[in-house]
Write a protein that binds this ligand. Structure first.
Ligand code: PGA
Length: 253
């Protein structure tokens, strides 16, 4: 089964609601007529309704960058997957390296969030990846990402895997301008797909999308996407302008 490419913009903590709506309008305009690529925008939480209004029922879809693992409760400052669904989200990003690094999210917390997203009947993009030190200390990084994958997916059923997307984001490539080479990305994605095969069998492994993230730009997207196991991109910096994001969606042209 062919995997539908997914190009997702992670706007991080950028853009006010008005700015976000403007950017969403430019993206919608720019990707009009593109077929065979799923396009996802993940603005800051406070922008979701404004961006959702712009996207309407069109082909570009809405997602969030994080959620709490409980469905509601006394958790000041947090939002639940169910609330994000009610705000129009179809996807939630979980376990981004910035969440792991600055907010202390462990694999166990990531796993709870993955299950919360699936429980709310949304799709999840589960991020993982090694740091520079971890990569430089030898082949251990392969075990590390494969263990992050298994820990994050603990208790997730094969049936639920239809709503799971994995994002391989080597921490050393995020926001640094230092992209993994297509061969490096391809190698990591092959490791992850093999582990998915061990966990869920070949059919699920073959159907699960694995995105690459880390300094994806218009000038490197094509070679990354040419890798057999690279099924899309999770894009930070280049998603903040339609001029750089639209060409990513149109990578095949
Ligand atoms: P970047 O961020 O494209 O700016 O490297 C990617 C990400 O953090 O998802």
């Amino acid at each position: 089964m062919a995997r539908m490419p997914l190009i997702a913009g992670n706007w991080k903590m950028y853009k006010t609601p008005a700015e976000a709506a403007d950017l969403a309008r430019s993206v919608v305009e720019g990707v009009r007529g593109v077929n065979g690529v799923e396009v996802l925008l993940c603005p800051p939480t406070v922008d979701l309704l404004a961006v959702g209004d712009v996207l309407g029922c069109g082909p570009v879809i809405l997602g969030a960058q994080n959620c709490h693992f409980e469905s509601e409760g006394a958790y000041t400052g947090e939002v639940s997957a169910a609330m994000l669904k009610a705000a129009g989200c179809e996807y939630i990003i979980v376990g981004h390296s910035e969440r792991r690094q600055y907010f202390g999210e462990s694999d166990q917390v990531v796993n709870k969030k993955v299950k919360a997203v699936l429980g709310a009947e949304l799709s999840v993009i589960m991020c993982l990846g090694e740091t520079l030190t971890q990569r430089e200390t030898g082949a251990g990084w392969k075990d590390l990402i494969s263990n992050q994958l298994a820990a994050g997916l603990a208790g997730v059923t094969a049936a639920d895997m239809a709503r799971v997307v994995v994002a391989y984001e080597p921490v050393w490539a995020i926001g640094t301008g230092k992209t993994a080479t297509p061969a490096q990305a391809g190698e990591a994605h092959a490791v992850l797909r093999a582990r998915l095969g061990d966990l869920y069998g070949g059919a699920v492994a073959a159907a699960t999308r694995i995105l690459y993230g880390g300094s994806v730009k218009p000038d490197n997207v094509k070679t990354l996407m040419a890798e057999e196991h690279v099924d899309g991109a999770l894009v930070g910096g280049a998603s903040l302008k339609a001029e750089t994001f639209v060409p990513l969606v149109r990578f095949a042209e």
